[in-house]
Design a protein around this ligand. Structure first.
Ligand SMILES: CC(C)(COP(=O)(O)OP(=O)(O)OC[C@H]1O[C@@H](n2cnc3c(N)ncnc32)[C@H](O)[C@@H]1OP(=O)(O)O)[C@@H](O)C(=O)NCCC(=O)NCCS
Length: 166
């Protein structure tokens, strides 16, 4: 496989089955109980800010973005992010995050928030949210709550509940 076989596309309904499979493979059946998943159950993700990577027509990676209100910040929750095991460590995850954050910035989002591993996301521009500043609809490890600020004073305004917004 050559890198030029890969294409990055905006998600649409035709990708649903493949994305479900990718997330099942990456996270397993427990994935629906995670706090971030509970936010995603509150309403639909934003297709215009969600992306897939296809290799020769086959969907092999996905990132989704869900509109959220987080304290006083109007932003997006990034996730799930998953890459099929056959395609890991080729920069696909990193590129999907970069594309999603850039799309959110262009759309006027104030922040991209996620629950994830700081060593992976810090080089991609994510910063730690103040400990327990955000209340999720379920338990989260506060050390894993990260944000790319896209507006002024985001850290100061990230205080309170986080949940889906229309
Ligand atoms: C995490 C994941 C999305 C990364 O996708 P990817 O396309 O393989 O990532 P990239 O190619 O952009 O980056 C790969 C590098 O990140 C590193 N990395 C992967 N997961 C990491 C983690 N949790 N913490 C720190 N580094 C990590 C890899 O070791 C690799 O390093 P290398 O390039 O020196 O080999 C993918 O491994 C995956 O789907 N994992 C299962 C689901 C998951 O954990 N999603 C993230 C939820 S927060």
């Amino acid at each position: 496989m050559h890198k030029h076989d890969l294409v990055y596309l905006t998600e649409d309904a035709s990708h649903d089955a493949a994305i479900e499979h990718i997330n099942e493979e990456a996270f397993g059946p427990g994935r629906h109980t995670r706090a971030a998943a509970r936010i995603r159950e509150q309403g639909p993700h934003d297709l215009a800010l969600s992306f897939i990577c296809a290799d020769d027509g086959e969907t092999i990676a996905s990132v989704r973005m869900t509109p959220v209100a987080a304290g006083e910040v109007t932003g997006h929750l990034l996730g799930p992010l998953a890459v099929r095991p056959s395609h890991k460590s080729r920069g696909i995850g990193r590129e999907l995050v970069r594309i999603a954050v850039e799309a959110a910035r262009r759309k006027g989002s104030e922040a991209v928030i996620l629950v994830g591993d700081p060593p992976y996301y810090s080089p991609l521009g994510f910063e730690k949210v103040a400990y327990n500043a955000l209340t999720f609809p379920g338990p989260v490890d506060p050390a894993r709550v990260l944000v790319v600020p896209l507006a002024d004073d985001v850290h100061a305004r990230l205080k309170g509940n986080i949940g889906w917004r229309p």
